[in-house]
Design a protein around this ligand. Structure first.
Ligand code: DON
Length: 584
């Protein structure tokens, strides 16, 4: 039996099993207050043998890289580091890092893949038409800003479950760096002030955002005393404190009279361990996010269709007009399937197997033609009626020297979520309700549409595109990758993976290469990004081929670690302020 070494949660939050009861030694450690020496290892990892030369992270800011350093130095593993990074980003990267949102974690631990779904859920009082007015029209912004946009947050239970199951350190230890940043403050950089200023405009007069964040200015040491208290409660009482303790009281009070999240919603919330979606591709095993994300399926569909179309792609220059034209047709098909078949697997039986089936994808790939006229033929979902059935997110990748890995993407959805701060709790709440189909046929903030499978219903999880992914080679970690970007998430990951493996680029080059995006709607539109805009001859040729070009603010912030033999090579997207760091 394993020997957990975490702090015991205090009643009434003691939802852990007997298998998690502390041994006498661990009780002693827990009782000795702020004991932060490296905890003894769990029995299941009792004699870990280092298989890599180092541990490594690719993270979206420098503070979370420092946190990872402390956790590895204390003997923590990839899950300990991931949980500590997630809590740190909730403080130092508050437009996306969060405790008031949700996400997904793909884990490779002791040779096996796992997936943790800590996605937000619709409150029990949510209804299908809650964002429509009397005339059946969408109320602009209602699913994006303010209390009614908020889904039941999942991050804290996700981190709690991941760390309880796989962590080596004490729970308190992994929260300590975040508590320190919240208490002592951190230096605000200009990029964060800019994100704050942009978001603050959309919240002005509608939420209490500025009461907490008006001080977020470049050069200032930003302290968050109420958030520090919240994190301290969670550290000492365990993750369920957020759902059943004083933090829950504060959330419910914040919602009262304005939003739908109740105490019952919080008590009922549990993160769910699911089978990751997996597929063989190019000698690698892809492990990625299953529903309620479309991300893993979309990524696998794209990679397999491109492989099926090898003869058509052979010799094409990366990001040339014929290359973009073929990828755009692949993307049409992926997004057509996404809108028709994908939603919360606890509400609908999503046909995952059929959607990533080799024969099905070969047949879909066969529809892609070099000489197709953009937009001329409607692209339908491929399985027939098989079923009724600018925004802000962040990703980090972690490997430890024992060969374990975590790929984690989590989100508030929009920058700073709904802009609603929990008074007394000091943290912002998500606006994940906008990932539902708020009105069938109407696009959400990332322009994707959908149908009944993703309408609002009590307890349902909104469809996501997040795709924290791990590639395995011979049952060992070969790549850990993910990104924010809403519907651009899996198309961005796809592009970086093909840059790495089809074009043999080094990680930094694979990240720096131009990226574009296309989805089913708006038809014939190729989105370019400010980092490397599509201009000049390429722009003219695409337009001459029938495409419309559109700029977008954002095409991801990919954080990856490639493992080459025993050597982890982290790389952070030059579009962001991320950091790759190796710890020997
Ligand atoms: O779950 C999703 O797909 C979206 N809520 C993610 C939002 C996002 O990536 C925004 N990032 N910039």
């Amino acid at each position: 039996m394993s020997v957990p070494t975490h702090d015991a949660p205090r009643a009434p939050f003691a939802s852990f099993s007997f298998a998690r009861m502390l041994t006498a030694a661990a009780v002693f450690a827990a009782l000795s207050g702020s004991f932060v020496a490296p905890a003894p290892a769990l029995a299941k990892t009792a004699t870990p043998k280092a298989v890599l030369d180092a541990s490594a992270v690719a993270v979206p800011d420098r503070y979370s890289a420092d946190t990872a350093q402390q956790i590895f130095a204390a003997g923590g593993n990839a899950v300990d580091a991931a949980v500590a990074i997630a809590f740190t980003l909730a403080v130092t990267y508050p437009d996306a890092g969060n405790i008031g949102g949700g996400g997904f974690m793909t884990v490779f631990m002791d040779g096996k893949p796992y997936f943790l779904d800590y996605r937000e859920r619709a409150p029990q009082q949510a209804t299908r038409d809650m964002y429509l007015d009397d005339k059946g029209s969408l109320v602009p912004g209602m699913s994006l800003v303010g209390h009614r946009a908020v889904g039941v947050p999942g991050t804290v239970d996700g981190m709690w479950q991941a760390q309880q199951r796989f962590g080596k350190l004490k729970w308190k230890q992994v929260l300590a760096p975040a508590i320190r940043y919240a208490t002592e403050g951190f230096q605000v950089e200009p990029w964060l002030q800019k994100r704050h200023d942009d978001a603050a405009k959309s919240f002005a007069g509608k939420t209490n955002f500025d009461v907490y964040f008006s001080n977020l200015k470049a050069g200032v040491t930003f302290r968050q005393p109420e958030l520090a208290q919240t994190l301290t409660r969670i550290a000492s009482d365990g993750g369920r404190e957020f759902y059943e303790g004083r933090t829950a009281d504060l959330i419910v009070r914040q919602m009262y009279g304005h939003g739908l999240v109740t105490r019952q919603d919080l008590i009922q919330y549990k993160a769910v361990w699911r089978q990751p979606v997996t597929a063989e591709w190019n000698g690698y095993r892809i492990v990625s996010a299953p529903p309620p994300s479309s991300g893993g399926i979309g990524l696998i569909q794209m990679l397999k269709m491109k492989a099926d179309l090898k003869p058509a792609f052979d010799g094409l220059e990366l990001n040339s007009v014929p290359y973009i034209h073929l990828i755009a047709q692949i993307e049409d098909r992926v997004f057509a399937d996404r809108q028709q078949y994908m939603g919360d697997p606890d509400s609908y039986k999503v046909p995952v197997g059929k959607l990533i089936d080799d024969a099905y994808l070969a047949q879909r790939a066969d529809e892609v033609k070099p000489d197709a006229v953009p937009g001329a033929t409607p692209v339908n979902p491929g399985l027939g009626d098989a079923m009724p059935e600018k925004a802000q997110t962040t990703h980090f990748s972690v490997v430890d020297k024992w060969g374990n890995a975590v790929s984690n993407t989590y989100t508030l959805n929009g920058p700073f979520g709904a802009g609603v701060v929990v008074d007394g709790g000091g943290f912002v709440l998500n606006d994940e309700m906008d990932d539902f189909v708020t009105k069938p046929g109407e696009p959400n903030q990332s322009g994707v549409t959908g149908n009944e499978v993703n309408t609002v219903a009590p307890g349902r999880r909104p469809l996501s595109s997040m795709a924290p992914t791990i590639l395995l080679k011979d049952d060992k970690v070969s790549l850990v990758i993910g990104t924010p970007g809403s519907s651009r998430i899996f198309t961005s990951i796809f592009q970086v993976i093909t840059n790495l493996y089809d074009f043999n680029m080094a990680p930094a080059d694979a990240l720096a290469a131009m990226r574009f995006h296309h989805q089913l709607l708006p038809q014939k539109t190729i989105y370019w990004e400010p980092y490397q805009p599509i201009t000049g001859e390429l722009a003219e040729q695409l337009q001459a081929s029938g495409y419309t070009l559109a700029g977008q603010q954002f095409n991801g912030d990919v954080q990856l670690i490639r493992v080459d033999g025993a050597n982890p090579e982290p790389a952070a997207d030059p579009r962001g302020v991320g950091v790759g760091r190796v710890f020997h």
